[in-house]
Design a protein around this ligand. Sequence first.
Ligand SMILES: [Cu+2]
Length: 155
Amino acid sequence: MKEFVSHSARAVRIWLGCLIGYGMFALVPTGWAKEVVFVARDVEHQQAVWLPLEVVLHQSTDFTEPLILRLSNPTERTHVFEAPGLFESFEESGVQVTRPVRVTIAPEGTEQIVIDRSRISSDVVTAESETMTYRFYCPLHRADDDLGGNIIVHQ
Ligand SMILES: [Cu+2]
């Protein structure tokens, strides 16, 4: 019995640590977030990229928990993270809102968004190849022939 209590206490501490670590996820006590980090980098010819250039996600394992994108801009210019086809989900005045992913990040700033997983799931299910690719880039500093990075989702 004593052992049971100490295990529970440890579980609570871990759980609290998770809530603090993930900040905005404090409202979802059952959630254990998966976080993907992107970092902006200035490259030649005034252009910029988001790194890493490729992220692979697996629907069966990665979508069982909230999916967070952490967007970090350590550069001295403002950059935008745009990913057509991806949607973010957030709460505004008590209402759940969904909108396309297009986030502006100030110099030396970091933004965090929660991906609307239900949309990705339906995309993957309807994709014949069972794989979906979402491109991402900074629309402000993008070369004409730049295809940007890829988020690849396997079913
Ligand atoms: Cu940019």
